[in-house]
Unconditional design. Structure first.
Length: 280
């Protein structure tokens, strides 16, 4: 289990139960984050038809796994199942939804409208889009509430999501498609950059293993510098670039006609369009 960052506050205590529906990679990352912030196992209920070894171990230590009887209304239900399983997985959750229950969904492509139909229009629902760096507590999630979410429930949703990284909020659910394209799919773009840099290094004559290490550490180190620095990305780029130097020569290609900016804009437009199609 990962340790909480020094600036993280302990997760507030619940008067009831916190349900996690789906304990795959993202669900497990959230579970780790909650425990790292001090949430007691006795407060957590996991619904997962194929629990992994780690979840089974936690069940032996007090976590409730796949309760057979009625567990009562939950303080919060976090839905982390794959979107294609949602039509079967979500409706039974009505048994655990009370008047004050918050439903927090991190399913890609499943709208607030879908959740209101599957549960109830009176349910307080937050739809959120995290990304895969959540696995190391360095993700970012963008959340959108429906009209039933109170200030207290919004705070609770922020606390639950903050266990896996930073949290932003939008009022317009339509923006979630662009969020999905930028930050949800974004890690793949960064990994592709490292992959492409490796291939380019090999083409320039470097041994494959050295090119891979150089690309990996350059991308990781630059990301950490961006994370820690108070400067924006454009300024950091300019700081690396000497007039007439090697970096400038490369950037003339990357930033020229049809270059990196144009390609990435096209890519994010395509991903946004596809997100809308998948949401129906």
């Amino acid at each position: 289990m990962k340790k909480p960052a020094a600036n993280q506050k302990p997760l507030r205590k619940f008067s009831g139960q916190l349900f996690l529906v789906g304990a795959g990679k993202m669900g497990s990352a959230m579970l780790d984050g909650w425990m790292a912030r001090g949430l007691a196992l006795k407060r957590i209920v996991v619904i997962e038809p194929q629990p992994g070894k780690a979840v089974k171990t936690l069940a032996r230590r007090g976590l409730a796994l796949n309760p057979k009887g009625k567990a009562g209304a939950a303080a919060a239900i976090v839905i982390a199942v794959k979107p294609q399983t949602a039509p079967d997985a979500v409706p039974p959750l009505t048994a655990y939804v009370g008047k004050t229950t918050l439903v927090l969904s991190i399913m890609a492509g499943r709208t607030i409208g879908f959740l209101e139909k599957s549960l109830s229009a009176s349910t307080a629902i937050v739809r959120a889009m995290p990304n895969t760096p959540a696995a190391i507590g360095r993700g970012i999630s963008v959340a959108c509430p429906n009209g039933k979410v109170s200030a207290r429930q919004r705070k609770l949703a922020s606390e639950l999501l903050a266990a896996i990284g930073k949290v932003e909020w939008v009022a317009d659910e339509a923006l979630i498609d662009a969020v999905t394209a930028l930050s949800g799919s974004g890690p793949a773009y960064v990994f592709l950059l490292a992959e492409a840099m490796t291939k380019a290094g090999i083409a320039a004559g470097l041994p494959a293993d050295l090119a891979s290490r150089l690309a990996r550490e350059t991308v990781a180190g630059s990301g950490e510098l961006l994370h820690r620095s108070g400067l924006d990305a454009a300024t950091l780029r300019q700081n690396v670039t000497s007039p007439g130097g090697t970096t400038a020569a490369a950037l003339e290609v990357l930033m020229g006609p049809g270059g990196f900016d144009v390609l990435l804009t096209k890519a994010i437009v395509a991903a946004t369009r596809r997100s809308r199609e998948l949401a129906g």
